[in-house]
Design a protein around this ligand. Sequence first.
Ligand SMILES: Nc1ncnc2c1ncn2[C@@H]1O[C@H](COP(=O)(O)OP(=O)(O)OP(=O)(O)O)[C@@H](O)[C@H]1O
Length: 264
Amino acid sequence: MMTQHTKEEAILQVSNVALTYDRPILRDINFCIRNIVRPGFSQGQVVTLIGRSGIGKTQLFKILSGLQQPTSGQVTIHDNQPVKAGDMGVIFQNYYLFEWRTVHQSLLLAAKKNKALAGKEKQTIDEYAEQFHLTEHLGLYPNQLSGGQRQRVSIMQQLLKGSNFILLDEPFSGLDVCMLDKAVELLLQVSLSDDLKTLIIVSHDIETSVAISDTVFILGTEPGMAGATIKKEIDLIDRDLAWQKGIKQEKRFLETIEEIKGYL
Ligand SMILES: Nc1ncnc2c1ncn2[C@@H]1O[C@H](COP(=O)(O)OP(=O)(O)OP(=O)(O)O)[C@@H](O)[C@H]1O
């Protein structure tokens, strides 16, 4: 039985986006992310963007986050406003951190950008740190952290800034099995913190990323057409594959993974 939910207003709309350098990279990109309302949960959206290497995922990621202007078309968020740099929290693959600042200094800087936290920045940092198992690391510099800890600091930074959109580039790469489980838990926790939170994940680890998503967009090329477009959108809620622990082991999940691989 399909999990009870409704899809409401558009929270991100990509319209006719194209990107051309010396040749077309992206063309006719159209998709929409809607606010999912799930009774009893503050369920946010988790979207995975999949495509083979070199297809244009990073370029689309940059366009979505306002860091790169498309050649044509537009990306709008909140009441049809065009997205601009800074609207979205971006977590790059290498978890870029200010190496010369302690974790706490970086987090405080992020929290100060969020007007909603005025006066309670330090308290909020302590609460998140506890939740993310970073309490003992607040005084350290980034080079004294493990990969998993750096990742958690990056995510915390974006959450403190108050971004409703968090884009993650390869969030699972370079993590050992144990850390991978923790990263998954953490993203699920973030996605359940507010029904307006949207995570957009670009990953080569299809199984892990699809297992925590509600929607998959597959970027690919079509015969005779230059440039990549969204070849397929898979609604995992409709397939009853979303929001379930242990889904990775189920046959029908693995069938969807095979189907996705068929599009690459
Ligand atoms: N500044 C640029 N000028 C010209 N071509 C570019 C530029 N930046 C990227 N490209 C090209 O755009 C294409 C898409 O690159 P992109 O990095 O988005 O791929 P990707 O899907 O993220 O790949 P991967 O999974 O390997 O990271 C590539 O063919 C790349 O050569």
